[in-house]
Each structure stands twice: as C-alpha cells, then as structure tokens.
Design a protein around this ligand. Structure first.
Ligand SMILES: NC(=O)c1ccc[n+]([C@@H]2O[C@H](COP(=O)([O-])OP(=O)(O)OC[C@H]3O[C@@H](n4cnc5c(N)ncnc54)[C@H](OP(=O)(O)O)[C@@H]3O)[C@@H](O)[C@H]2O)c1
Length: 136
C-alpha cells in the first residue's frame, strides 16, 4: 500500500475497517495481518499512508509532510526502556524539522535523520512549514 503512489484515503480507511471487522469477528490471525504488534502496525500503516497523501496534497505549497522513526526510545510507551533517551530522539526530530527548506524532502520516512522509503515500521508525523522558515 505504501509503495503505491496512487493510494487513496478510501483505500486506507478500507484497510483499517477490514482490520477492525476481522478483529471483531475473531478471524484476524488467519487473514495475513502482522502477527507481532498487530494493532500498532496497522495504525502506523494508516498513519504513514495518510502522511503520503498529505505530502502529495501539499506538494508545491511550501509544506513538507514526513514520518519519523526515532528508534527504540525511553518513553512512557516503552516503560522507560530503549536505546535512546527521549531528549536525543527529540533533538533528531528537531533537526529534521529545522532543515532549510531546500534540504527538507517531503513524503519521506526518516529513520533517525536519514530519509528513506516507507516501510511498515512506526513513526511520528513531522510537518514542516517551509514558507514560514524561509521568511524567518
Ligand atoms: N518510544 C519508542 O521507542 C518509539 C519508537 C518509534 C516510534 N515511536 C512513536 O513515537 C510516538 C510517540 O511515542 P512515545 O514513545 O513518545 O510515546 P508516549 O511516551 O506514550 O507518548 C505518547 C504521547 O501521545 C499523547 N497521546 C496519546 N493519545 C493521544 C490522543 N488520542 N490525542 C492526543 N495525544 C495523545 C500522550 O499524551 P498524554 O501524556 O496526555 O497521554 C503522550 O504525550 C508514537 O507515535 C510512537 O509510536 C516511539
């Protein structure tokens, strides 16, 4: 889905609906959904899909929309476990957001500070307003 340049909001919502229906009817295990971190993975797939659509929507309108994976980070979500401190992860996210407009890509999935392709991993949404940065 994330590799499809023409993915639509309806397709993403349809995927989420199907997942919820499969869970409600108790058949999700046999339907090919990720076996590990299932709900998390599906929610991230939807998030990444929507960010891709938003990136397209705002292309040429001085907005960049990207996803960012900080790596395994010590936060509430991980019960304080993780390779990185939350401060270090926040610093990487801040560096991406503050990239000069000509260096900040859009529609990308940043692993740390490296822009890559989408995968079915996890991610925060990073939205950067190039116009505002360019003017300040
Ligand atoms: N930690 C990691 O290793 C890691 C790795 C990769 C990606 N991520 C992603 O990074 C993001 C942040 O994760 P985190 O580790 O910082 O988690 P966290 O410590 O649990 O923080 C989650 C934050 O989201 C807020 N939140 C939760 N539900 C919300 C809602 N419905 N509306 C508004 N705010 C809501 C929480 O607010 P309250 O405090 O008010 O509840 C909290 O501030 C998540 O998307 C996660 O999947 C985390």
């Amino acid at each position: 889905m994330l590799l499809d340049e023409k993915v639509t909001e309806n397709e993403i919502e349809g995927m989420v609906r199907l997942f919820l229906e499969n869970v409600k009817s108790g058949i999700w295990r046999s339907q090919g959904w990720p076996a590990v971190w299932t709900d998390y993975a599906v929610s991230k797939l939807a998030l990444n899909g929507h960010s891709k659509i938003m990136a397209k929507l705002f292309k040429g309108r001085e907005l960049s929309v990207n996803c960012f994976c900080p790596g395994f980070t010590q936060t509430s979500m991980t019960g304080g476990k993780g390779k990185y401190t939350s401060q270090a992860a926040a610093e990487v996210a801040t560096c991406i957001v503050l990239l000069p407009p000509e260096k900040l890509l859009t529609g990308k999935f940043y692993v740390g500070s490296t822009p890559g392709v989408y995968s079915n991993h996890l991610h925060c949404l990073v939205v950067h307003e190039k116009m505002r940065r360019a003017k300040t």
